[in-house]
Design a protein around this ligand. Structure first.
Ligand SMILES: Nc1ncnc2c1ncn2[C@@H]1O[C@H](COP(=O)(O)OP(=O)(O)O)[C@@H](O)[C@H]1O
Ligand SMILES: [Mg+2]
Length: 371
């Protein structure tokens, strides 16, 4: 096998790797990551209103995954853009919002039909807001865009890329005895190494990670915030992807991904527990602040997105504008919500929920098997 950083890696081997990647150490790590993921799935099922997690966690994932590709937005910019369709919304925020659309569309898609090359194309097209095709032009590389020095050059030729992708999807649906988490790690490397699109490969690949977990029944909703771990360890992520190509360092790569799943599952559980505690706390606060108690849906609305519009309350609680406005203003007077003027619109921020969503949890201790 020949490989050089600056020539297209047309000899990229198909999966699975020739050596057994499931060493004893990897299997121990698999067990820990699977346990953490199972607890996350249970924690998510305990939340009575699934929209609470389904709006916000995919948006956080979108922000982190886009930031890995230097599409930088902040959570408050994104949550604002999500509520207000303003002309002033920056293209980066629009792009990150599309990531959540692509993720949720992808989830619907894997529930209906097997993940295929078509799914990949449609995810990437949603991300880029244009019809993406598998590359037919040379010139795509990973490296320094200024000096044009390449660290890795993916295969070239549309036919060859299509063949590699077909083989990729055969592998993920094959009757392999590999653990699904190991399979996910292998498939992620392989997809990135094929790098079938001129742009959007990183994000498409990270969406597919989540879809594979859903497909295998390990997660019922896309609420694993895995890109948080990847952005925190971005240089390691790049280094290890390259080391698979250059040195067949599969075990280090799989270890990295398994640890990511374990850590992210644990920190997402912590977030869910905190959200539930805050929900209970605010239930009492709302009761005290609103005469006659609040409409039962109001609390849910305030936890479906941290930035709330008057019209959302009108729609979701079936009340008039004066009533919705009165409720929100009373909650602002009681300092439960913070009013915020954005352009001509007024939104009300559930600040405690927002800071809970965006704060970084204490990173869980590294798994004992790593040392
Ligand atoms: N050495 C490498 N081999 C294969 N893939 C890599 C390597 N280094 C980085 N990558 C992947 O390439 C992605 C960037 O590709 P790109 O198409 O620009 O994605 P996006 O548009 O989502 O920005 C990274 O996020 C990573 O997943
Ligand atoms: Mg890019």
């Amino acid at each position: 096998m020949t490989w050089a950083p600056d020539s297209p890696f047309n000899d990229l081997p198909d999966l699975p790797p020739p050596t057994d990647v499931e060493s004893k150490r990897i299997l121990k790590q698999v067990a820990e990551a699977r346990a953490a993921l199972a607890s996350l799935d249970q924690a998510a099922r305990r939340i009575p209103n699934p929209r609470v997690l389904l709006n916000s966690i995919p948006l956080l994932e979108a922000q982190a995954s886009s930031e890995i590709e230097n599409i930088v937005t902040t959570a408050d910019e994104l949550f604002t853009a999500d509520q207000l369709d303003e002309e002033s919304t920056r293209p980066e925020a629009k792009e990150a919002l599309r990531y959540r659309v692509a993720l949720l569309d992808g989830v619907r898609s894997v529930r209906e039909r097997p993940l295929s090359t078509g799914t990949l194309i449609s995810i990437c097209s949603t991300l880029q807001a244009r019809d993406m095709r598998v590359r037919d032009l040379p010139g795509t590389f990973i490296g320094n865009p200024v000096t044009r020095e390449a660290t890795y050059t993916p295969p070239e030729g549309q036919r060859l890329l299509m063949e590699r992708l077909d083989s990729w999807s055969r592998f993920i649906h094959s009757n392999t005895s590999l653990d699904p988490l190991v399979l996910m790690a292998l498939a992620h490397y392989q997809f990135e190494a094929i790098h079938p699109f001129s742009d959007g490969n990183g994000r498409t690949g990270r969406i597919v990670n989540i879809l594979l977990l859903i497909d295998r029944g390990l997660l019922s909703e896309p609420i694993l915030y895995l890109s948080r771990y990847i952005i925190q360890n971005k240089s390691e992520y790049y280094r290890l992807l390259l080391a698979v190509t250059a040195e067949s360092a599969w075990e280090d790569w799989v270890t990295f991904m398994l640890e990511g799943i374990r850590q992210t599952a644990l920190s997402t559980i912590e977030k869910i527990d905190d959200i539930q505690a805050l929900h209970r706390e605010m239930q009492a606060e709302l009761r005290a602040a609103l005469p006659g108690g609040a409409n039962a849906d109001l609390l849910d609305v305030l936890f479906e997105q941290p930035f709330c519009r008057i019209t959302t309350v009108m729609d979701r609680c079936s009340v008039s504008r004066p009533t919705a406005t009165k409720w929100l203003k009373l909650l602002a007077d009681a300092q439960i919500l913070v009013p915020l003027k954005v352009g001509k619109s007024l939104i009300f921020v559930n600040r405690k929920f927002f800071s809970l969503l965006t704060r970084s949890e204490r990173a869980p201790e590294p798994a004992p098997t790593l040392f």
